[in-house]
Design a protein. Structure first.
Lengths: 251, 695
């Protein structure tokens, strides 16, 4: 029997006392251990303690059961089979779940798309338009791209088409929103460039008021600035005053 | 004799006295001159494109309304009077000058377009884009077709110019200029531009304009204030002129290539001329000859006609400066022309309810005029007992500008039109409250209306569409009924259609075509007669009550009176045509934009332009060239004899200016809307700082 030194710090001294005599000397050691402040992995301590206890009991009472090899083997196989079965079941369940979710997504997507016939007409119109106005295309490789792409999938050229009578005597434009955003952002960038070059830092700009007031300043009798009053001053206060007046004197 | 006095002593509604949210004045971005037709195309920062007929006294005869997404950066004419523009939305737009709409818009697929140039032969179009590509398009009879790309450059192509032979082009970018060979599309030279004249600068040098001359010289103007001459054969700098402390933003060369004009951000326009080095030598050099300071802000566009320098910019004025040495006859035609105010009426009036409807680019404002109970003498300003009231601010949905608008005389209907839609509103007045109700499902043929007019009794709506048709709509309580459409008559479209309806509701007059002014009989729904065509466009039109005389004002300041029932010019009109108008009357440089009448005085015609208003009294003798035209009312203590001697038919007053609108509200009240220039300037973007000694 290997007597394992108890890891005393986790277990209170009272627990040790309950175990009985053989623990008495260990108790002292445990206390000693406590006083010394032995480091311990508390979590490991407890189960070890318990095992020791059980092990101690069994040891005292009976001999272990005898198992034949065959039965043990059978049991092991049984165990394995059960595990395999459960794993398989889990797998199929997951598969089914995934399948169902996938179908749901496809259905939702279909609902979002235009009806099939319109999509077909759009792409058909796109293809014919591309062939008609081949001069419209910028680079040769783009043209190749268009010919390779699938029906209904993203096509940069098919974005702006005047579709004649697709619906009931209606003609409308099909636009790809992503392209519009790109166009807008480029336009914004261009406007920012102009604004920066003409009015940004480094340009020698002044306000209109100062510009118009230059002449007034050089007159023999100096006059006030062109926009002497700052009408924007205290707008909030003026608004509050108006509101106050209105409330006091409802007309 | 004191007929005019009583009229304008009453309360004056002064727009400037009331705080209004004025939109910023719209600056000029590009100009393009067409030599063949002597017309000038002008594009503004809001996308509006205006066509001025320089032969017709610089009258704005057509325009294309703006659009929020269209930031036009380039404008050019091609062969056969075709007009193209390119802008930051990446589209090339062709304008139809007959149908007065946009023919088509084609995406260039290069990102925002910065510059455009038509080849010397007129059949090819070159476009400079944001992504550094220069794209060549073929101009086909009804469209343009992409041909090919030139070698792509690193930075955006901000300016383009063709060599007169069509073999090479110069493209100005940021910090460098490229010279391309058209046939191969490859860059032959890349000329680097100094950022600062003889110095170092952190700011990139933007080449705002380039011009390619026949001898291979490339002239460039840039943001550092330099004008540089380059030799395109060797790719080297020949001459350098530092002319300003700010950007030089535009350049235009004359057809003879002996003079060119540049515009700077300080508002100065410089004229360069090719002069002989000495009086006998054949060697010539470019010399800066004249500076002109007619602008306060950036001059972003210049053009060079055979006889004049044209400039326009952020300060919204269009300035045409005839060159003295080029003008053959030195008369008034050689004077400077500065076009500031619109050449059409943007304000309509409801006489019954004293309301004014103001038309802006994206909204309408309805104002009720103030009133007064005070009385006074001539020339007094009376205090208002009731202030002008801002009743309605009607904002239009969508990015398109409003083309035209009108309020009915009774004040119960407001109509306005954009390119794609027509709006009709019914107004209800209850005590002090006003409610608006839109009439839905307006027919599609009413959109893109050029002119809207209500009948005097407000039961009919007349709409002139850009296709040349005239529509008559009967107005019912909350709904409408399409009565009739007059199909376009023969003749080409010369200017925007103007409408006039007789107060008795029988006659409708429409101008704008080369055939003359058509007069329609509304009761029988057919064409009644056509006033003979005159070679200057009509600027204003009105039909007098009871006499049914049609008064027409043309852009050369001629005024005709035509009797509709008699189908001929009136006696008075013949008399004044025989004698001729006073020379000062003919020299006025703003067109008459509105004509109206006094309900009880059939001998009076009231008309105004931007700087004066005039009451023509047909009972008084006509002035000849020796008479003083502008004779304000002499003081009352002068004897009657003198008054009678100086009195003539044209009673002109210049007390209100600049006038946007003036009309008779009733027998005793006149309303005038002024637009002080200071107000316009106050709204402009910041100008370049100018250091003046002592400030």
């Amino acid at each position: 029997m290997v007597q394992l030194r108890p890891r005393a710090s986790r277990v209170p001294p009272s627990a040790m006392v309950d175990e009985g005599q053989p623990a008495s000397e260990e108790e002292e050691e445990a206390e000693h251990g406590l006083l010394l402040g032995q480091p311990s992995s508390g979590a490991a301590a407890e189960p070890l303690e318990e095992d020791d206890e059980e092990g101690d009991d069994e040891f005292d009472d009976e001999a272990p059961e005898e198992l034949t090899f065959a039965s043990a083997q059978a049991e092991a196989r049984e165990e394995e089979r059960r595990v395999r079965e459960s794993v398989r079941r889990d797998k199929t369940l997951l598969k089914e779940k995934r399948k169902r979710r996938e179908e749901l997504f496809i259905e939702q997507k279909k609902r979002k798309l235009l009806p099939d016939n319109i999509l077909e007409k759009l792409t058909a119109a796109g293809q014919t338009n591309i062939k008609k106005s081949s001069g419209k295309l910028k680079e040769a490789n783009l043209q190749k791209e268009n010919e390779d792409c699938d029906k209904g999938s993203d096509s940069k050229k098919a974005k702006v088409q005047k579709v004649q009578s697709v619906g009931q005597n209606k003609s409308y434009l099909a636009l790809r929103l992503k392209d519009q955003d790109l166009r807008d952002s480029r336009q914004q960038a261009a406007k920012a460039f102009i604004q920066n070059s003409l009015y940004g830092p480094g340009t020698n700009r002044t306000t209109v008021n100062k510009f118009l007031s230059l002449e007034n300043k050089r007159l023999p009798v100096k006059k006030a600035a062109a926009q002497f009053l700052n009408n924007a001053w205290g707008t909030q206060k003026k608004q509050n005053a108006k509101r106050y007046k209105r409330d006091l004197f409802p007309s | 004799a004191s007929t005019s006095g009583a009229e304008h002593a009453s309360a004056r509604a002064r727009g400037a006295a009331v705080e209004r949210d004025e939109p910023p004045a719209i600056g000029i971005r590009c100009v393009a001159y067409n030599n063949q037709s002597n017309r000038l195309a002008v594009s503004r920062t809001d996308g509006t494109v205006e066509i001025y007929n320089l032969s017709a006294n610089y009258f704005q005869e057509k325009f294309f309304p703006g659009h929020e997404s269209r930031a036009t950066e380039a404008l050019c004419w091609a062969k056969g009077q075709r007009l193209f523009s390119g802008g930051l939305n990446g589209e090339i737009i062709e304008y139809d000058l007959q149908a007065l709409n946009i023919k088509y818009a084609m995406d260039a697929f290069g990102g925002p377009i910065w510059s455009m140039a038509v080849s010397p032969c007129g059949s090819q179009l070159l476009v400079g884009c944001e992504d550094g590509s220069v794209k060549l398009f073929q101009i086909t009879p009804d469209k343009i077709q992409f041909e090919r790309n030139f070698d792509r450059q690193k930075s955006r192509i901000l300016s383009l110019s063709w060599h007169p032979s069509g073999t090479h082009i110069a493209a100005g970018s940021i910090d460098y200029i490229s010279v391309f060979d058209v046939k191969s599309g490859s860059a032959v030279h890349k000329m680097l531009v100094d950022r600062q004249y003889m110095g170092v600068s952190k700011r990139k040098c933007i080449i705002w304009g380039v011009a390619f001359l026949s001898d291979g010289t490339v002239i460039s103007v840039d943001s550092a204030g330099k004008v540089q001459f380059w030799d395109s054969a060797t790719g080297t700098l020949v001459k350098n002129h530092l002319i300003a402390n700010a950007d030089v933003q535009s350049i235009a060369v004359s057809d003879q290539e002996d003079s060119f004009v540049v515009g700077t951000a300080e508002g100065t326009v410089f004229h360069f001329q090719l002069v002989s080095v000495t009086s006998n030598s054949s060697e010539k050099q470019w010399v800066r000859t004249k500076p002109f300071q007619h602008h306060t802000h950036d001059v972003r566009a210049v053009a060079h006609s055979p006889t004049a320098l044209i400039s326009g910019g952020t300060d919204t004025h269009l300035v045409i400066r005839p060159l003295m040495e080029k003008v053959e006859v030195k008369n008034y035609d050689a004077a400077l022309r500065k076009i500031t105010f619109p050449h059409r009426r943007l304000i309509s009036c409801s006489k019954k309810r004293h309301l004014l409807l103001f038309q802006f680019a994206h909204h309408l404002e309805l104002w009720r005029l103030g009133s007064t109970v005070a009385t006074g003498k001539n020339g007094d300003t009376l205090p208002l007992s009731k202030d002008a009231d801002h009743l309605l601010h009607l904002k239009t949905k969508g990015p398109e500008n409003i083309i035209c608008s009108c309020i009915s005389p009774c004040g119960s209907w407001i109509a306005y039109s954009t390119t794609s839609r027509f709006f009709l509103y019914r107004l209800n007045y209850e005590h002090d409250n006003i409610s608006l109700q839109r009439v839905s499902k307006m027919p599609a043929f009413l959109r893109s209306a050029l002119q809207i007019l209500f009948s005097e009794d407000s039961t009919k709506l007349f709409v002139a569409s850009n296709q040349g048709s005239l529509h008559i709509i009967r107005l019912l309580e909350g709904s409408f009924k399409h009565l009739h459409t007059f199909q376009p008559q023969s003749g080409t479209v010369e200017s925007m259609c103007l409408l006039a309806v007789s107060p008795d509701g029988n006659w409708l007059a429409a101008s704008g075509t080369s055939a003359g002014v058509h007069v329609y009989n509304i009761k029988h729904l057919k064409l009644h007669c056509t006033v003979p065509a005159y070679n200057f466009p009509v600027t204003a039109l009105a039909i007098a009550p009871s006499t049914n005389n049609l008064v027409i004002a043309h852009s050369d300041q001629q005024v005709f009176e035509y009797s509709i029932p008699d189908k001929q010019y009136t006696e008075w009109s013949r008399t004044i045509q025989k004698q001729g108008f006073h020379y000062l009357w003919l020299q006025r440089d703003t067109p008459i934009t509105h004509i109206s009448f006094h309900p009880k005085r059939p001998m009076h015609i009231l008309l105004h332009d931007a700087y004066m208003f005039c009451i023509i009294d047909k009972s008084l003798p006509l002035p000849n060239d020796k008479t003083l035209l502008y004779n304000p009312l002499p003081p009352t203590n002068e004897s009657d004899v003198i008054r009678r001697r100086t009195a003539h038919a044209f009673k002109i007053s210049k007390i209100y200016k600049p006038l946007l609108f003036m009309d008779l509200l009733d027998e005793r009240t006149l309303v005038a809307v002024e637009r002080p220039l200071d107000d316009i300037i106050a709204q402009l973007p910041p100008p370049i700082k100018k250091k003046k000694f002592g400030t």
